[in-house]
Write a protein that binds this ligand. Structure first.
Ligand code: 1GP
Length: 242
């Protein structure tokens, strides 16, 4: 997945990941949902949530694998969401926060699951930016997002992730956020980064998606907008023949 993403980025191609929260998607609904996803410009399916019931993730991924050709990428809120059935794992460290449990604690606990796993493991620096109201990721991780006005700190945090050897930066305002990451923050972070940039949180319109791409996001993640209004898929249809 990572090699393919790097190749796409080198060609200036943008990606869209549809995020599915296993707690909100019944296995029986997967086939119809995948059909809608695959009619759009989506390039990836991400699976995860801040809190997910134990054992909800693996059956969902197996159903997704049965019906979808897109890469299935874990975006786990905790170690319990790691399943070998997926194609890849964003091995996240919450580098915008100071809670050791999400910087390194969950990662250590994940090792017994990962040591002999065939999952593609992608080290990912996860950065939470303030959006105006607390999101569940903020509550669950008990960390403060970086203030929007501290744009240099946000860029320095992303760069620190790169210098630590992370392969991706995931910059977001949290699922269900009122506001997405502002385009000026995306472009400021991107101009100093030599690894792909994922952007997510609070993107609900085609305009916001295009603004994120234009500002420098390589891959944009959208979850809530599809959960709330499946007609949003119609606005992101891929061109015929693509
Ligand atoms: C959450 O970036 C994702 O981590 C997607 O956010 O659900 O607000 O689209 P939304």
């Amino acid at each position: 997945m990572y090699k393919h993403l790097i190749e796409r980025v080198a060609k200036g191609k943008k990606g869209l990941a549809v995020l599915i929260d296993p707690d909100k998607m019944a296995v029986g609904a997967v086939e119809a949902f995948v059909e809608k996803v695959e009619s759009t410009i989506a390039t990836h399916i991400f699976v995860g949530g801040s809190t997910v019931a134990p054992d909800a993730t693996a059956p969902l991924i197996l159903a997704l694998k049965a019906f979808s050709k897109l890469p299935i990428v874990l975006f786990p809120g905790d170690v319990g969401q790691i399943s070998n059935a997926a194609d890849a794992l964003l091995f996240l460290s919450l580098i915008s926060g100071n809670n050791p449990e999400y910087l390194i604690g969950q990662q250590v606990k994940a090792v017994p699951k990962l040591r002999n796993s065939k999952l593609e493991i992608i080290p990912t620096g996860y950065i939470l930016v303030e959006n105006g109201k607390p999101t569940s990721v903020e509550k669950v991780t008990r960390t403060k997002p970086l203030p929007r006005k501290e744009i240099q700190t946000i860029a320095d945090t992303a760069k620190a992730g790169e210098l630590l050897g992370m392969h991706l930066i995931y910059l977001e305002t949290g699922s269900g956020a009122t506001h997405p990451v502002p385009p000026e923050i995306i472009s400021f972070v991107k101009q100093d980064l030599n690894i792909p940039l994922i952007v997510g949180g609070g993107i609900k319109t085609k305009k916001q998606l295009d603004e994120a791409f234009e500002a420098g996001a390589d891959l944009v993640v959208i979850g809530t907008a599809f959960e709330e209004d499946e007609s949003f898929f119609l606005k992101l249809k891929k061109e015929p023949g693509v």
